[in-house]
Design a protein around this ligand. Sequence first.
Ligand code: 3PG
Length: 320
Amino acid sequence: MNPLLQELSNIGIVPVIALEDASKAVPLARALVAGGLPAAEVTFRTAAAEDAIKAIIAEVPEIIVGAGTVTNKDQLDRAVAAGCKFVVTPGFNPDTVKYGISKGALMLPGTATGGEMEQAMSLGLEVVKFFPAEQNGGVAKLKALAGPYRTIKWMPTGGVNTRNMMDYLSFDQIACCGGTWMVKKDLIEAEKWDEITAICKDCVKTMLGFELRHIGINCENAEEAEKVARQFCAIFGLDCKVGNSSVFAGTAVECMKKPGRGKLGHIAIGTNSVARAIYHLGRQGVKFEAGSESVDAKGKIKAIYLEGEVGGFAIHLVQK
Ligand code: 3PG
């Protein structure tokens, strides 16, 4: 995938902004970055869009800025000249899309039907917007369309919010979700930047969905691993599952057949998306052990170890 689209996919959520006053653009962008969402689609619904885009690019370089609600060539020219990294259109207008491509813009055109998606694919596009997502049948429609269209990825926007975004984001053909729910007009007008940051953090927390999956106990050998696992199974009535490198008691306790990572053992933290968790934890300075990742048959990352230990335990992320 195009590296910028990959980054949007890792971020997972793209705030869609309509600004009446360009002077609010920079504090708003900083609030998004502080909340863990370093991406914004600034819509050309307002006259302030162009100045807002320029101000954000100049002052908050760590955020990926795109233009939204681009409906004609003039707006597209202005978005590209302002330095936008991507251009989103609400509907599928082949003229505007082709023009954008000819200008080197990364186009994310709005689509709602198979016909529009096919046209976008025939123009070489990897990701399209699905708009308005909820009104068009939501993720159920995309899952049906994914039957014939196996490679295209979608950015659903329109009616998405913290409560329903996981319906979309847990489907592998969703690149990211877009929406205005964390940047509502009243919050921007009242300059409630901390509140916007808090909503963004809540979105990221829900998206990553961290929870304890299992504890790993380092045993000396296979015999000891099985003995310890069977103790847990006997006490709690769990099933014992003997694997290649460990023995599981239910899903909560993993007894390693030889001393594994971590002075005391390891802790597995489940997440809705290992790739997105790596990105978001990486932004906070968390480092991962190169080569410790495991991937599934489709190349999707399933697990990875963090560098170092916490409280004597090695920590790994695992796909829920
Ligand atoms: C858009 O332009 O993509 C939509 O207006 C965003 O939809 P939402 O306000 O329902 O999030």
